[in-house]
Design a protein around this ligand. Structure first.
Ligand code: ATP
Ligand code: MG
Length: 203
């Protein structure tokens, strides 16, 4: 099968993530999209415990529950140590030699990928599907794709999805200010955040 991998911190998951998954599924004829919450992302300063990881996982579970081709993959979330994409992708390829993997990411990740640990090791394991984000336009994306393909032999395609100025950071800030996150996260995620008073000031 052709499997899209949507990795992220999902702190919280929002409609930007879900749209990337849906557009990748439809436009690249994928069979499933696996949402892969990071355990302990090395590039983020999260000092979270098991509880926060549990919340992130539960929000992903609720966000994807009604889409049959969306799956939750806990491969990285189980690790106590940092999760690294090269290692995860290598392990997924070994575990599932019958599948072909498509790693989905946004422009910020595509432009930062050379800072990821052993990033060259990622390229042979998958095709990358890269979506625009923030101020990166099609020209910027095509230049970066060509550069990574020529320099490292990466296989990268532009993933066209609605350009949304939504990030988990702004959603955490809104929640901390007591503002609504409705329409930017699925209703079930909004309800979960309220139930557990996530991201409120002083918590
Ligand atoms: P944070 O603000 O905490 O970094 P985030 O919104 O960037 O959160 P992540 O979990 O860091 O979400 O992102 C996972 C992946 O989804 C990354 O590859 C990121 O580029 C991509 N992504 C997230 N939001 C968007 C968006 N609105 N448009 C395009 N790509 C996105
Ligand atoms: Mg991010």
């Amino acid at each position: 099968m052709k499997i899209g991998i949507m990795g992220g911190t999902f702190d919280p998951i929002h409609i930007g993530h879900l749209l990337l998954g849906m557009f990748a599924y439809e436009d690249f004829g994928l069979d499933e999209i696996w949402f892969l919450p990071n355990g302990n992302p090395p590039h983020k300063q999260t000092k979270e415990g098991e509880e926060a990881l549990g919340h992130r996982i539960e929000m992903v579970r609720r966000a994807i529950s009604d889409v049959p081709y969306f799956r939750l993959c806990l491969h990285e979330a189980k690790e106590k140590e940092h999760s690294y994409t090269y290692k995860t992708m290598r392990e997924l390829c070994a575990l599932y030699p019958e599948h072909r993997f498509y790693f989905i990411l946004g422009a910020d990740s595509l432009f930062a990928i050379e800072e990821w640990k052993y990033f060259r090791e990622i390229f042979p394991t998958c095709t990358i599907l890269a979506a625009m984000r923030d101020d990166k336009d099609v020209g910027d994306m095509m230049r970066q794709i060509a550069y990574l393909e020529e320099t490292y032999g990466a296989k990268i395609s532009l993933l066209r999805a609605p350009l949304l100025e939504i990030s988990s950071t702004t959603l955490r800030e809104r929640a901390a200010q007591g503002k609504s996150v409705a329409y930017m996260v699925p209703q079930a995620v909004d309800e979960y955040m309220q139930e557990h008073a996530l991201y409120r000031k002083g918590e």
